[in-house]
Design a protein around this ligand. Sequence first.
Ligand code: HAM
Length: 435
Amino acid sequence: MINRVKGTYDILPDEIKKWQRLEEVIRNIAKLFNFDEIRTPIFESTELFHRSVGESTDIVKKETYSFKDRGDRMNTLRPEGTAGVVRAVIENKLYSNPSMPLKVYYNGPMFRYERPQKGRQRQFHQFGAEIIGAKSPLADIEIINFAATFLKALGIGDNVVKINSLGDRESKENYQSALLEYLKPNIEHFCSDCKRRYLENPLRVLDCKVDKENPYLVNSPKPIDYLSDSARIHFDQVIMGLDSIGLVYEIDKFLVRGLDYYTHTVFEIESNLATLGAQSTLVGGGRYDNLIQSLDGPDLAAVGFAFGLERLVLALDAKEEIQEPFIHCFFINLTDFINNNSLEIINNLRHGGLIVEYDFLNRNLKSQFKQADRLNPIFYLIYGDEEANKRVCRVKRRDNGEQLEVPLENLYQYLVRSITSNNCSSGDCSGCSGC
Ligand code: HAM
């Protein structure tokens, strides 16, 4: 037997409802915030990720799936979505659109060779959004608000929004020198990974999980204390904007994020739900004002985020609120299906928008009811020779067992009316023409 590759998994029909719900909420909230969808290739030139995510990041150093194609070109399965979107914006000159800034979102599989565990896979899915071509702090506020509103729409609460600023290029350079100066005499007190990071990417020492409580780390210089005047004003305005919409956040001076392209605002939303275990970061994002130019595009500021959908599914599982799958009707057939008009009746109901299922395995009556119950129908439709002769269908409600013969020509109308009156929230049908 050939098994699935380590770190990948199948989304089986039982699970798919949650994914479809996520996809629906993504589309709805994106519409609300006026973001358009963009779809970019699942693989790109390897160089794109080296020059964007960064040569010294864990993602590029240890986690990419890269391969030479038959034309001897190095390609990489995308480990994240921002680089591909930026490449597409530059290549297709989307920045020349008069209705800038560009507001786009994407949803698709990403690939990282990480140690698999709950909430961390080698093939996983991200829903990301980017605003390209806006320097204003309003764009940072819009992006963070979009992410928080999305979680609210899913009913996923118990989160902490963590925010920090790395500042502009000048702030980052000043901070990097201060950090190096501090680490030089103290690096022996840090873990082995930090000793490596100190040489390759000192900023990453700050979010080391091993040294989290290490007093040498706790007392190290923080980026927010090295912001230039303009970077400080930008960050203050972001904070004021979040305050004005009542979005609760925590300033986390240690937050630096694992990708090299960030400038100014960085943020993450962490869940406190126990089901997420160690992988509790639902979304990460921030501003990347120098990335587009460094990939040979124009000087365009940008900001974005990406959610990990697997982690959202785990968070939804914790709520146990997903509705039971249901269908409108299960058609119980008492006679030869193909030679009477059963299929025609089913087809007419389906064309009218009702979900109808029936037995394919020639089950006896009792087993057909059993199969129906697994699918949770509102109605059983019972149809045999007697009903065919009388041109009626017996309709039995599953919830209260009420049964009635309905003429075939009224069947669709009858079912629709019963369903809508059933879902009516007022409970008072006296003046309602719909029922
Ligand atoms: P990231 O923090 O690398 O940022 O990933 C964003 C989210 O993807 C994480 O918070 C997590 O939920 C999910 N994620 C990452 N790796 C895995 C994995 N192996 N398994 C499951 N979920 C995972 C980015 O990717 C940036 N491109 C975000 C961004 C967009 N920044 C600006 N624009």
